[in-house]
Design a binder for this molecule. Structure first.
Ligand code: B12
Length: 315
């Protein structure tokens, strides 16, 4: 014998009408009917509702929570996937998005994004946006895609990354601030935005200063900022090693020593120090975000407590 809805409401703390609304809207369970016509819920249904509620308490929207559980493949018996799934998981989402963007179909791309938005931001960035950009870069270099297609995709993804940073509120209102800029002469800003988002998820307040910022201006801003603790310089274009060293050393010399400076991105490989533990004249060189782990850990241990719930747990 199953549970009546009143009992389910009491056990989960979710009002009866909300349960009915979720059930209808998200096609949640196949509720059996007792001989007297009452709805009967199983233990698994109750558990599932409790899981959805727990995620909502963490800050997820109901639709996000349900999609997340479906994505994690949890309790699938109780949460049937939509009959017409628009894609199969993240990989499908990436292909769908790529197809829409190549066809200049902004509305279609927006629809694909709606199906992905519930995922942790880092997954969207790493598993959807980065593969799209890589494919675009390779295809463009080989003449398969036009410059216009590349620009259209970049503009769309820039909007999405900006929306993510906005949704994160650029991090907490006060406290440890990271100034994020792309090095002078470099107008690539998507890598920079991904780093800013990852920092905001870990409790940093972000000041995004955008692309192609002269080092003198960046340093001036850092000197006058009250709570800047970290300066992030993204280097995408490859330039001669001597030139990059000169620019980074000039920046370091102009910024107070208590502010940590990290240079990263594909362009820093010319320095041949892709290891965070070896500072370059006071500038940490980290090709990828993960390379920054110990630099960040050394800066403040209390940051972990301000992590955003949208951060993938454990990372
Ligand atoms: C989008 C794009 C553009 C857009 C940028 C739009 C924008 N608003 O950002 C526009 C159209 C402006 C552009 C212009 C140019 N581009 Co372009 N572009 C690209 C493209 C397709 C994607 C780059 C990108 O955003 N990748 C996605 C990001 C997220 O990846 P990422 O930068 O690697 O960042 C990751 C890591 O490196 C790391 N990371 C990045 N920054 C930092 C910083 C820190 C501190 C840390 C820790 C980590 C980190 O984190 C990210 C992952 O989360 C690449 C192709 C490719 N394969 O990358 C070419 C590419 C970078 N461009 C290239 C070129 C040549 C140009 C132009 C010179 C073309 C031209 N002739 O005009 C101009 C340069 C203009 C200038 N002065 O900067 C070349 C660079 C070659 C080289 N070896 O330097 C590439 C590789 C294309 C190619 N295959 O030839 N480009």
């Amino acid at each position: 014998m199953g549970y009546r809805i009143k009992t389910v409401a009491e056990r989960t703390g979710i009002p009866r009408n909300t349960i009915l609304a979720w059930e209808r809207r998200y096609d949640l369970f196949n509720v059996a009917r007792a001989s007297n016509g009452f709805r009967e819920y199983t233990e698994k249904d109750v558990e599932l509702l409790a899981r959805i509620k727990a995620l909502c308490d963490e800050g997820y929207r109901v639709s996000e929570a349900i999609s997340l559980l479906r994505e994690r493949d949890e309790a699938l018996g109780s949460v049937p996937a939509p009959a017409k799934a628009p894609m199969s998981g993240v990989v499908g989402g990436q292909h769908d998005l790529m197809d829409r963007l190549l066809a200049f179909d902004r509305a279609g791309a927006d629809r694909v994004m709606e199906t992905l938005w519930f995922l942790p931001f880092e997954r969207i960035v790493d598993d959807v946006f980065l593969p799209c950009l890589k494919e675009m870069g390779d295809g463009w270099a080989q003449g398969r895609y036009s410059i216009t297609q590349e620009h259209f995709m970049s503009a769309f993804l820039r909007d999405q990354l900006g929306a993510m940073l906005r949704q994160l509120g650029g991090g907490p209102e006060q406290g440890h601030t990271a100034l994020c800029a792309a090095i002078e002469g470099d107008s690539h800003e998507l890598g920079l935005l991904t780093v800013a988002i990852k920092l905001a998820l870990r409790g940093w307040r972000i000041e995004n200063l955008g692309a192609d910022l002269p080092v003198v201006e960046l340093a001036r801003h850092a000197r006058t900022s009250d709570d800047a603790q970290l300066v992030i310089v993204a280097v995408t274009l490859k330039r001669p090693e001597a030139e990059l060293r000169r620019v980074l050393n000039a920046l370091r010399a102009l910024i107070p020593r208590e502010i940590t400076v990290v240079a990263g991105g594909p362009g820093v490989t010319v320095l041949r120090v892709p290891n965070e533990d070896r500072a370059l004249d006071g500038v940490y060189v980290c090709e990828r975000f993960e390379d920054m782990t110990s630099v960040l850990a050394g800066l403040d241990t209390t940051l972990g407590q301000r992590r955003n719930p949208r951060l993938i747990s454990g990372s």
